[in-house]
Design a protein around this ligand. Structure first.
Ligand SMILES: Cc1cc2nc3c(=O)[nH]c(=O)nc-3n(C[C@H](O)[C@H](O)[C@H](O)COP(=O)(O)OP(=O)(O)OC[C@H]3O[C@@H](n4cnc5c(N)ncnc54)[C@H](O)[C@@H]3O)c2cc1C
Length: 384
């Protein structure tokens, strides 16, 4: 089947699908996007709530990248404000910056012990701005090791265990290897050169990105009600498709779960409004000892105008297809990656099928990685 009114079908209107659609549309292809949700933007979707706050439906997003070409791409479709996200962690009723820095030491140690520990850390890691908690934990000095152990016990272990639904003993040390500790009073969650938030909203960015005469977006369309794979052919309404199809959903869904369900973690948000002007010290604060993992106070992110404050508590939970949960984070284990590789092999045998994005690639992508991946897929499609 070759549709008379489109040259390429894109499944999913998140960043990956929308970027590919735009790229192809600018090169003269007519693109239709099918999105099962009732809005554009995928997990980056934001909207103004009943109190006048710009909130992000699927959790807090800040765009950051080291690559100027990705920054330039984003700037074509929205004006951006430079913005460095600051985060905190709260336990024992005390709040410290996260990633942890010298203020953390001042918060939890007596003044004399704090001064001695800061001097020791600077001497032990000369010229280093950061090290991972595992590196600090492996240091021969017992005071330095003790600091890392204190942070592990009170923050990293309970937080990670809650996030992934496992016991602290089961945590893969490689997860903790990525978490930096700062050896200064420097704050800021990311270190990339370009860090920004939209001047208006992420939804505005998407509206502009999709505003092209060659793009048609159809919302509330479950693509898999019409699209399927039979042997190695893509079928649309039972007829073979003879045009490129970009698929940004989960591969186990596309292939009817033949190799079992891919594991994802999901999140549940509880939204609260408070008449007070401020709820917590930072826009995003982790609460390792509470039932929720973290709270985002949207009032503290840019472009906010409401009175009072609004915030969302975040509760991790397993993802279960068919129940009202969303697949947020792939659970990356050796077993799940093998399972995914089998699905990928199936997908590679289907001509005209391009799988791209955080679900289809079974990867945790930041926005800049999803953008880079989408541009690379689009370039390959363009030359077919
Ligand atoms: C809580 C959270 C916080 C994050 N914070 C940041 C951050 O601060 N900075 C950062 O850089 N990145 C962040 N990210 C990552 C960012 O959300 C992703 O990189 C980006 O949204 C990926 O875009 P995508 O198009 O690949 O996926 P998605 O946004 O998931 O889009 C895929 C779309 O496809 C649709 N779809 C799937 N299957 C079908 C189907 N069968 N039929 C029709 N439609 C379908 C889905 O409904 C969805 O809208 C965060 C992610 C999460 C979960």
């Amino acid at each position: 089947m070759r549709s008379s009114d489109w040259d390429c079908l894109v499944v999913g209107c998140g960043l990956a699908g929308s970027v590919i659609a735009r790229y192809l549309a600018e090169r003269g292809m007519r693109v239709v996007i099918w999105e099962r949700r009732d809005h554009i933007g995928g997990n980056m979707y934001d909207y103004t709530d009943e109190h006048g706050f710009l909130v992000q439906k699927y959790g807090p997003h800040t765009f950051h990248t080291k690559e100027k070409r990705l920054y330039d791409f984003m700037c074509r479709f929205e004006d951006w404000k430079p913005y460095r996200l600051t985060c905190g962690a709260d336990w024992d009723g005390r709040c410290t910056p996260a990633p942890f820095n010298f203020k953390t030491i001042d918060t939890f140690y007596s003044p004399e012990k704090a001064e001695a520990l800061k001097r020791k850390l600077q001497a032990a890691f000369p010229g280093c701005e950061t090290a991972t908690v595992m590196e600090v934990l492996e240091h021969p000095d017992p005071d330095i090791r003790g600091y890392a152990a204190f942070l592990l016990q009170n923050d990293y272990a309970p937080y990670t265990a809650k996030q992934w639904g496992i016991s602290p003993e089961e945590i893969d040390p490689s997860v903790l290897k990525r978490v930096p500790l700062r050896f200064s009073y420097g704050e800021g969650y990311f270190d990339d050169e370009y860090q920004m938030m939209p001047e208006h909203s992420f939804a505005t960015f998407f509206a502009n990105l999709l505003d092209h005469p060659n793009i048609r977006v159809e919302l509330c369309v479950e693509a898999l009600e019409r699209l399927s794979v039979r042997n190695t052919s893509l079928m649309l309404d039972g007829t073979r498709v003879e045009a490129p199809v970009v698929y940004t959903g989960a591969l186990d869904e596309l292939f009817g779960g033949v190799y079992g369900k891919l594991p994802y973690r999901s999140l549940r948000f509880e939204w609260r409004y408070d008449a007070a002007e401020s709820f917590q010290a930072y826009p995003v604060v982790a609460y390792p000892m509470k039932g929720y993992t973290r709270i985002t106070e949207y009032k503290k992110l840019p472009v906010q105008q409401g009175a009072g404050t609004v915030y969302a508590e975040e509760y991790p939970l397993p993802y279960a297809q068919g129940i009202k949960t969303e697949p947020y984070y792939p659970v990356l284990t050796a077993e799940s990656q093998k399972q995914y590789a089998r699905y990928r092999t199936l997908a590679e045998q289907v001509p005209d099928l391009v799988c791209c994005g955080r679900l289809a690639d079974f990867q945790y992508y930041n926005m800049d990685q999803a953008l880079a991946r989408a541009l690379s897929c689009a370039e390959k499609l363009d030359i077919r």
